[in-house]
Design a binder for this molecule. Structure first.
Ligand SMILES: Nc1ncnc2c1ncn2[C@@H]1O[C@H](COP(=O)(O)OP(=O)(O)O)[C@@H](O)[C@H]1O
Ligand SMILES: N[C@@H](CC(=O)OP(=O)(O)O)C(=O)O
Length: 451
């Protein structure tokens, strides 16, 4: 049995749904289907999830945007119109949108999540109806198996163990196609909670693990994962195969074609993943699995980049002897809700690199001031507007000269390197450069390996 997930671009309109139906019918092993909400395509410029979140804000403000609600219904109607879905059946779906603003929610956060989840909830119901109308024995499944724990601060934490327990008793009958909505599940109070954005990939992965699928197929709008984000460099080399660890490093560092947290259930279940293109289903796509099964591994598999980082450099004589220094720094970071990404250190120096995207300038300055006061470093320096480039490759493991090969093209291009970390992960090298140099740096490294 295979789990097959379709992203928002694959389910954006009626034409895309036709392709999806054909892909499901083509292989009788494709029995567990996960849907995203209708996304963007050449003709649709907005994701339904974003429309629902905007609608949620209008309801919170006390002025529900009825035009927007209508526009969301139109998205589902346009899909239904491409098939044989009756008015009555469509109404069972769109009526659920009318009910959104009538329910009571424990918090605004939960209201937003509940509204957003309806993008996938309704799309899965619609796909099940469409499959049935085409003679496929499809069943919609409310994902009560996907479990979250709502914490005191209202955060929802995914509970893999409880989810697996529930999935262990899920009966997969021969020839039946099960359609699950992605992106959300239920907490201990049986209230809807969602993953972070792009989280339908995680639903697919946990179903693949829990139902012991032979393959997790993830259908999107590119024929393979490329060595570099195609929005940064045009027509980059495709990656035919890579290890779970390579994919996790690359997706965390900026390849948002696949959610980084979706790798973990796949690893636990040892289910290989194949990323494929709904618009070109015969293309081989990218295979992701255990490193031991890779036939050959290049020095560099991929180069990912994320902007909006800052580095705080601290210097104090004999800093390494002060066992409390790092602990107090991390406590301050927790107070400001900043989580660090990298922390290279030396005898007298420590740099902490963090994503500052959700910090205002004022919050950032307050944090720096608090560090100055609490820790009294001899030198404190903030380097803002950094881009983090992760160069990832299974082939770099235990290979001397890997770092030199990556850095040499940057020196040639006179790009100044703010930081390098070839730390805990033996398959990834982190480079920090000024944001304005990021694209040139990626191109220089890419050209030296692939051009
Ligand atoms: N390295 C990469 N290789 C391929 N696509 C990438 C890469 N990095 C980012 N992307 C982007 O990811 C997109 C697919 O992800 P997404 O838009 O979330 O699709 P879906 O709608 O299927 O969930 C691609 O169209 C591409 O713009
Ligand atoms: N629809 C949700 C969840 C998701 O996974 O979407 P997609 O598969 O289109 O990335 C989002 O937009 O975040």
């Amino acid at each position: 049995m295979k789990v097959i997930k379709f992203g928002g671009s694959s389910l954006a309109n009626g034409q895309q749904f036709e392709r999806v139906v054909n892909i499901i019918r083509e292989d009788s092993q494709r029995q567990v289907v996960v849907t995203s909400a209708p996304g963007k395509s050449a003709t649709e410029s907005v994701k339904v999830t974003d429309m629902l979140l905007q609608y949620a804000e209008s309801c919170i403000s006390g002025h529900p945007d009825e035009q927007l609600l209508k526009a969301i219904k139109v998205r589902y109607r346009q899909i239904a119109d491409s098939f044989d879905v009756s008015e009555a059946d469509l109404a069972t779906i769109t009526d659920q949108l009318d009910a959104l603003n009538q329910a009571h929610y424990p918090s605004y956060r939960q209201l937003r999540e509940y509204f957003a989840a309806h993008g996938e909830l309704l799309n899965a119901q619609l796909l099940a109806l469409i499959l049935q109308s085409q003679g496929v024995p499809a069943r919609f499944v409310l994902p009560t198996q996907i479990r979250f724990e709502s914490k005191k601060n209202d955060e929802a934490v995914f509970d893999e163990e409880k989810s697996l327990d529930r999935l262990a008793t899920f009966p997969v009958e021969k020839d039946v196609v099960y359609v699950f909505p992605g992106f959300f599940g239920f907490d201990q109070h049986n209230r809807i909670r969602t993953f972070s954005r792009g989280g339908s990939d995680i639903t697919g992965a946990i179903l693949a693990e829990g139902l012991q699928a032979s393959l997790y197929e993830n259908f999107t709008d590119v024929s393979a994962i490329a060595t570099v984000d195609p929005n940064v460099i045009a027509n980059p080399e495709p990656i035919k195969a890579m290890s779970y660890s390579e994919m996790r490093e690359l997706s965390y560092a900026g390849f948002n074609v696949f959610h980084d947290e979706a790798i973990i259930p796949a690893i636990h279940g040892q289910v290989p993943i194949c990323v494929k293109n709904t618009n070109d289903p015969d293309a081989l796509g990218t295979w992701i699995g255990p490193a031991s099964q890779l036939k050959d591994s290049r020095n560099i598999t991929g180069i990912a980049c994320t902007k909006h980082f800052a580095a705080l450099y601290l210097h104090r004589y004999l800093l390494n002897r002060d066992s409390q220094f790092t602990r107090r720094l991390l406590a301050l970071m927790a107070d400001y809700k900043i989580s660090y990404e990298h922390m290279p250190s030396g005898i007298d120096d420590l740099t902490v690199i963090f994503n500052r995207e959700n910090l205002s300038e004022k919050q950032l300055q307050e944090f720096v001031q608090a560090v100055r006061q609490e820790l009294a470093p001899d030198i404190i320096r903030l380097h803002d507007q950094l881009a983090i480039i992760m160069v990832v490759g299974q082939g770099m493991k235990n290979r001397s000269g890997a770092l030199e090969q990556i850095i040499a093209p940057l020196a040639k291009e006179k790009i100044s390197l703010q930081m390098v970390n070839q730390g805990a992960s033996e398959i990834a090298i982190m480079l920090a450069v000024d944001e304005e140099d990021a694209k040139r740096a990626i191109k220089a490294i890419y050209d030296s390996e692939f051009a």
